[in-house]
Design a protein around this ligand. Structure first.
Ligand code: PEP
Length: 253
């Protein structure tokens, strides 16, 4: 049985005051014992203050990215140890905005996954195809390649403390979500790929769906057997919307 997880990726939004206000709204309206786990990923500079405000709440803290190196002369980068130091438990790696806008390769993403894992952070590995890939029938090839590079470098065992987020690039921030059937098809494929290395870990690995999830479509997406929650962008910036999505994630099976 996999406990679902709903994570909010706040991207580069907000200010100190807005971050505090959003957290206060979340805390004020949060259920005492949600069925799903929940993770909030604010921008780096607000992480520590977010940790202070979220301490002892139902929300865990995550970062949006991490450096693949452990320390040293890497101007502007943030290490996994630093993220741990300010209270993070999770970190997103390989978000499509990092892959596409900052040219992060599959290999770099895998090294980031390894760096996070080595420091005891739970990496959330994002994979997903672009619209042209889907239209050309290459979805399976793309997501399998993105996953395989991590499995090669870290082994299937690393997923014991990691998550995958399937995020079709054409669905991110576009308002056009994958249908539940489209999401299920790719989630099942990813799980089968992990199972070809380790069936027990495949069964236990949580695979989140991301891409225009809203209160109005979360329940039907989360009802699919291989969809174990969501990675939420735009809708995570509104407390009531995010909490409705969290409420839609239930334990099944
Ligand atoms: C994301 O950026 O990870 C995401 C899923 O965004 P949105 O929910 O806004 O599509």
């Amino acid at each position: 049985m996999r406990r679902p997880l709903v994570a909010g990726n706040w991207k580069m939004h907000g200010s100190r005051a807005e971050t505090a206000r959003l957290i206060e709204e979340l805390l004020a309206q949060a259920p005492a014992e949600p069925a799903a786990q929940s993770v909030i990923c604010p921008p780096f500079v607000y992480l520590h203050e977010a940790w202070r405000l979220l301490r002892d709440s139902i929300f865990s803290l995550g970062a949006q990215d991490v450096c693949a190196e452990s320390h040293g002369a890497f101007t502007g980068e943030i290490s996994a140890a630093m993220l741990k130091d300010v209270g993070c438990e999770y970190v997103i790696v390989g978000h499509s905005e990092r892959r596409l806008l900052y040219r992060e390769s599959d290999q770099l993403v895998a090294r980031k996954f390894a760096a996070a894992h080595a420091r005891g952070l739970v990496p959330i590995l994002c994979v997903g195809e672009q619209l042209a890939d889907r239209e050309a029938g290459r979805t399976s090839e793309v997501v399998t390649r993105q996953l395989d590079v991590v499995l090669e470098l870290c082994g299937a065992g690393a997923l014991e403390h990691g998550l995958i987020a399937y995020e079709p690039v054409w669905a991110i921030g576009t308002g056009r979500n994958a249908t539940p059937e489209q999401a299920q098809e790719v989630h099942a494929l990813l799980r089968a790929r992990i199972a070809s290395r380790d069936a027990r870990i495949a069964d236990a690995t949580r695979i989140l769906y991301g891409g225009s999830v809203k209160a109005g479509n979360a329940a039907e997406l989360f009802a699919m057997p291989d969809v174990d929650g969501g990675l939420i962008g735009g809708a995570s910036l509104k407390a009531d919307e995010f909490l409705s999505i969290l409420a839609a994630a239930r334990i099944s099976g």
